[in-house]
Design a protein around this ligand. Structure first.
Ligand code: IMP
Length: 191
């Protein structure tokens, strides 16, 4: 089955291919010639995931899914949350976001945080939602070079490596998106 992943993010595409396996022919936005930055203007993860999936479904008339992820930090009252991509400003880099987070966390003893992902699937014109979450801590100094985003500062609970010190396979096994995507795969296998 061909499935479009509504993302321009190459890291996410590779992660998704590893999780979805051979059963699905996964294509991303670039593969279908969509170069548009799809609007993400909702104030919830679910709203943004649905917005992106609906955009692709309306314009390309295909089975597709989109995800939205947020990092929620307890000591920051749940920020950056749905605004994780733009935490340090409109056109900021991953490193800008990490720097801002570490600055805001300076001196904080409560380092609890979690990643949450919502995946919105549109298949045969019907919508379905899948959620994944991983709990952990924000470390005091960034560690590791793998992955993307906040990976160098997120230490999953029960592990001694940040996501950026783990290989893709280990990260996928426990990550927010890995968990949401496996729910998607289970659903699709039974579909
Ligand atoms: P998105 O809306 O799913 O692209 O995620 C929003 C932001 O959250 C991204 O720009 C990244 O900074 C961050 N993010 C999403 N997924 C991950 C992840 O797996 N690891 C680290 N950061 C992530």
């Amino acid at each position: 089955m061909e499935l479009i992943f509504a993302t321009h993010n190459q890291h996410k595409t590779i992660e998704a291919i590893e999780i979805l396996g051979e059963t699905f022919q996964l294509k991303n936005l670039k593969d279908i010639g969509c170069l548009t930055e799809i609007p993400e203007t909702a104030d919830t993860l679910m709203g943004n995931a649905l917005q992106k999936a609906r955009y692709v479904h309306e314009h390309y008339h295909c089975n597709c899914f989109a995800d939205d992820t947020g990092l929620e930090v307890e000591a920051l009252d749940g920020r950056p949350g749905v605004y994780s991509a733009r935490f340090a400003g409109e056109h900021c880099s991953y490193q800008d976001n990490v720097d801002k987070l570490l600055r805001e966390m300076e001196g904080k003893t409560n380092r609890n945080a979690c990643f949450k992902t919502v995946v919105a699937l549109i298949i045969d014109d019907k919508e379905y939602l899948f959620e994944g979450r991983v709990d952990g801590y924000i470390v005091e100094q960034q560690r590791g070079t793998a992955g993307f985003g906040y990976d160098p500062v997120f230490l999953p609970k029960g592990f001694d490596k940040t996501f950026a010190e783990m290989g893709d396979e280990d990260k996928n096994a426990i990550s927010h998106r890995g968990r949401a995507m496996r729910k998607l795969v289970d659903f699709l296998k039974k579909y």
